[in-house]
Design a protein around this ligand. Structure first.
Ligand code: UGA
Length: 444
């Protein structure tokens, strides 16, 4: 079994560290945030990911997983170092902020005295891996025997463990014909389970990641454009998606119309890709991503307009309950969340907004203390003039529309995820409006 280090204990890094320990490797994970490392050391994770907290405690108990803030400790105790730090969007630009990636390499490389592998997993603009490889060779006492491999990560929040242990593919980008046996050993369990392995060069490996996210984002905006067309002509976008999805060349996944994509990846990755393509003289070829982004953003203003219409022309002074704040279910991540963005906009227009989310309310309170929140969904719904269903947690689909109907002020719901059952909600007297599906008028 290998001795691994993981640099950065965010979503990607922590999940990777815990999962690699679970398959038998010895892992030391580093973060520069001392409070975070202290909490992790005690088995406390700073975000919600199903199953991860329990797995963290198990791996700490196994003795194979440790946390540190010491670069020297990492250099001394691992032969394969995974770079898992963030590449957020730069303030005032569409490009990615690469300071954490270069900072990590500048801290680690001077301590690499013996043969080792540095494995880049962060999402980066194409061309970064080559610069990092050159930097490692110039800074590391081990010189040419410190190799860089580019190994993009494809995990989804909410499915992070499964995606790490059983990914759809493992991509390894290498320079010249450096052998990847050490990485094959690290990923032996997944490879034996049938995960396809793609070994390629640096730029291809870097592009696989951004191309995948750009494709997924494009798929969502594609179906959302059709949602608007469906609304205009009285068609049903869900049936449309089902029908085109039967064509295996198209596929049904990522064709759910609604308030669109958010989170810490898809929005910033399409912007960073476009910024990089523009730098490389390919602005025209990647201009379509401006439209993907614009269609996605327009979903949010569309829901605000629908809410305004539903409340007779103004939301001011009206009680609106927003179901969901996370950018997707099974996550407490509110970065660039459509649901939270809509809630904040409506509050800014004078509505009395109450937000419910099963996991993300602590983040909502920290970021937007002026929004009302309630941990009890029925308390949050009481006396609402309008209900917005914006993150598709299962528990919202399990609400009894008759019970909810008995506590609200008006039975009007806008389903921004096209998931609520039309028949049962309208049978309970609700006026249900979807995005791209003919609405239902109240039966009562
Ligand atoms: C995304 C990719 O799916 C992962 O493969 C990738 O590894 C990750 O980014 C990353 O770059 O790290 P994630 O951000 O966790 O993963 O979320 P997704 O499941 O992709 O969902 C993104 C957004 O699209 C969510 O807001 C979701 O609600 C929305 N979405 C998804 C739709 O609006 N419609 C759909 O049909 C599917």
């Amino acid at each position: 079994m290998a001795r691994l280090s993981v640099i950065g204990t965010g979503y990607l890094g922590l999940t990777h560290a815990v999962c690699m320990a679970s398959v038998g490797h010895t892992v030391v994970a580093l973060d520069i945030d001392e409070a975070k490392i202290a909490a992790l050391h005690n088995g406390v994770i700073p975000f919600h990911e199903p199953g991860l907290a329990q797995m963290l405690v198990e791996q700490l108990d196994s003795g194979r997983l440790a946390f540190t803030t010491s670069w020297q400790h990492v250099a001394d105790n691992a032969d394969i170092h995974f770079l898992c730090v963030g590449t957020p969007q730069l303030q005032g630009s569409h490009a990615a902020d690469m300071s954490q990636v270069f900072g990590a390499v500048e801290s680690l490389a001077p301590l690499l005295t013996s043969p080792c592998v540095v494995v880049g997993k962060s999402t980066v603009p194409v061309g970064t891996a080559q610069s990092l490889a050159d930097k490692i060779i110039s800074l590391a006492p081990a010189g040419q025997s410190a190799h860089l491999v580019w190994n993009p990560e494809f995990l989804r929040e909410g499915f992070a463990i499964k995606d790490t242990l059983h990914p759809d593919r493992i991509v390894l980008g290498v320079q010249h014909d450096v052998d990847v046996d050490a990485l094959k050993d690290v990923y032996e369990t997944s490879l034996e389970g049938g995960t396809p392995l793609v070994v390629t060069d640096y730029p291809t490996a870097e592009l696989v990641k951004v191309a995948a996210n750009a494709f997924l984002a494009t798929k969502i905006s594609f179906i959302n454009a059709f949602a608007d067309l469906a609304d205009t002509v009285g068609a049903d976008v869900t049936t449309l998606a089902d029908a085109i999805g039967h064509d295996t060349r198209i596929g049904r996944r990522f064709l759910n119309a609604g308030v669109g994509f958010g989170g810490g990846c898809l929005p910033k990755d399409i912007r960073a890709l476009q910024a990089r393509a523009t730098e490389l003289g390919l602005a025209e070829q990647f201009a379509f991503l401006t439209h993907v982004d614009a269609i996605n953003k327009s979903r949010r203003s569309r829901v605000v307009d629908m809410a305004t219409d539903a409340l007779g022309g103004s939301v001011s002074g009206k009680d609106i309950t927003v179901l969901g704040a996370a950018f997707k279910p099974d996550s407490d991540d509110v970065r660039d969340s459509p649901a939270l963005d809509i809630a904040v906009t409506l509050a800014g227009l004078g509505a009395n907004v109450t937000v419910h989310d099963p996991e993300a309310l602590h983040n909502v309170r920290a970021l937007h203390p002026m929004l009302s929140t309630d941990d009890d969904v029925l308390v949050a719904l009481a006396n609402a003039d309008l209900v917005l269903h914006l993150t598709e947690w299962v528990e919202y689909r399990e609400l009894d529309p008759a019970v909810v109907g008995s506590i609200v002020n008006q039975r009007i719901v806008i389903d921004g995820r096209n998931m609520l059952d039309r028949e049962s909600w309208s049978a309970a007297g609700w006026q249900v409006t979807y995005l791209g599906k003919p609405g239902s008028q109240a039966a009562l």
